[in-house]
Write a protein that binds this ligand. Sequence first.
Ligand code: F3S
Length: 667
Amino acid sequence: MEREHAGFISDGKRLTDVMGQTLTEKILADHLVEGELTPGEEIGIEIDQVLAQDTTGTMVWLQFEALDLDEVQTELAAQYCDHQTYQFDFKNTDDHRFLRSAAGTYGAYFSRPGNGICHNVHKENFAAPGKTLLGSDSHTPTPGGLGELAIGAGGLDIAVAMGGGAYYVEMPEVVNVKLEGELPEWATAKDIVLEMLRRLSVKGGVGKVFEYTGDGAASLTVPERTTITNMGTELGATSSIFETDEKTKDYLERQGRGDEYVEITADEDADYADEVVIDLGDLEPLIAKPSMPDNVVPVREVAGEKVEQVIVGSCTNGGYEDVLPAAKMVKGREVAKHLEMIVAPGSKQAGEMLARQGWTAEMMAAGVNVSEATCGPCIGIGHVPASDSVSLRTFNRNFEGRSGIEDDSVFLCSPEVAAAAALKGEIVDPRDLADELGDLEAPGIELPEKYDGSKSDLITPENAIDDELIKGPNIGAVPLKDPLAADIQGEALLHMEDNITTDHIIPATSDILKFRSNIERLSEFTLSRVDDTFAQRAKDSDGGVLVAGENYGQGSSREHAAMCPMYLGIEAVFAQSFARIHKANLFNFGIVPLTIDEETYEKLDKGDNIEIVDDVAEAVRSGAEEFTIRVNDDWEATTSLKASERERKILAAGGKLSWTKQQYESD
Ligand code: F3S
């Protein structure tokens, strides 16, 4: 669909000729509808493409329905069914049918359950250089490997973007990651991003876009680049992106989309906020130890640890080019008898091609359990590890409990390291295993001549099955909040530590996530992994507030992590710092995110009565940045609110849905 501010690809405009620009600035400048490209300032950008996955998608479409619009306004919208594809009861199937009906009714692509993980399928079919993509999944930046500026956001932001509204984000700082040289044998793209995590930590990318340049970047294929851009999310980055070149063109041609290639690069004199230099030649196989993606060490440091489960797959390393090295390594051999090796291709395209080429049979003969194309085990849905056992995964996250069991011990690594461990039965540096076996060659990276999987599971808007919404009994109503009150006071129902994830707030395990379209029921599980009495206490006290340390809400874009606390009446969160997407979600659902200093955090306790002294609604509206709190009528402290004018209006209206409806009504 052509739009007034369509990007340079759809209307033939050239990129701005202003010199000294980064690639990110060029794409943003081309899509800018509000603000200036000054780091830290809020900007509004036009969105070309949107994607939603199944656990966030039902709310996206219910919210889109609440906006009373007839059809999707972006160039492209795609709804994927990937997270919860196993059908345990009617709830998932009801959700998938609802998603299919919504895609059909409003004009989006629908990717059926089993067709693959949203990022993999999007990369294969739609990702295009120079475009903007907004997705209700935190790993949306994956297509940055093809020069698309892709950002993860909450479902409500997706719904508004699909309605033609701008997406608002803090202008990030652009950091140049200069990759030099070439990867040695057995080191992979996964090791590049693990090295970034080792150096910069899970907070190292907050407020930043990482732009990868240099001859090392040019040496990587698109699938290798997307492994890196995918896992930029673990650095907390707004996005990650590569310049486009012959490798990008070649990939698109192999996908049958060569005509979508556009050359976009940073200017030679681009002005970056910072620079990170990695000499690829210095890298070796790396591994993230439990239970944080930045807990990275060389594989050899943890060699010898017994492994009971190995999984190759996910949106990070589930592509054809990721599974193939593992398949080559196990071909003609057998995986250790005491462990289970599972391969879940990231997409049906990958799975179908591997099957046609005989690789699936080779893996099965080696004792590999080949699974369907799904996120599944990445969020604890299926293939849960045994108690107190080591699981090696090619995924991007190993937060405690995410695998579906609390006492898990999940390591993150490349497919090569995973396959080596499967053969040896313990963690082993693949270089040592190669020495030991004598005939194990480094598989390297290999692209197929042509990506020729069928498209039977991707339903186009033209071939839509439905033209009206189908809502089963598990599809609830979208909760709305009253406008922001003048008085906020309540009990600190929890006092939480640093790095509370969205998995802590709303666990993504199948027994809980099946209620994702039913907020009343889902909210009963809110923060149950921190304190299982929380939801009941929140209900009993008719709301309250939360206290947390640094990086509150890190992890996924799951807006349920803000929506459920809102439903339970939580009015404010006091934290030392907030993760980007979650903070936006708190605004979107009318919860006030206030920053406190370390001293106040230490002094506060669970059970304290916290009162915001000011008239909150008035202060938010008038742009106040400091709010005084009185605790137990005894002592006071200063908290701060960092919010744009637009975010303040959203808070005051009781959330973005109410605010957007007001906007439409006043237009
Ligand atoms: Fe799915 Fe895990 Fe990626 S849940 S989208 S495979 S991070």
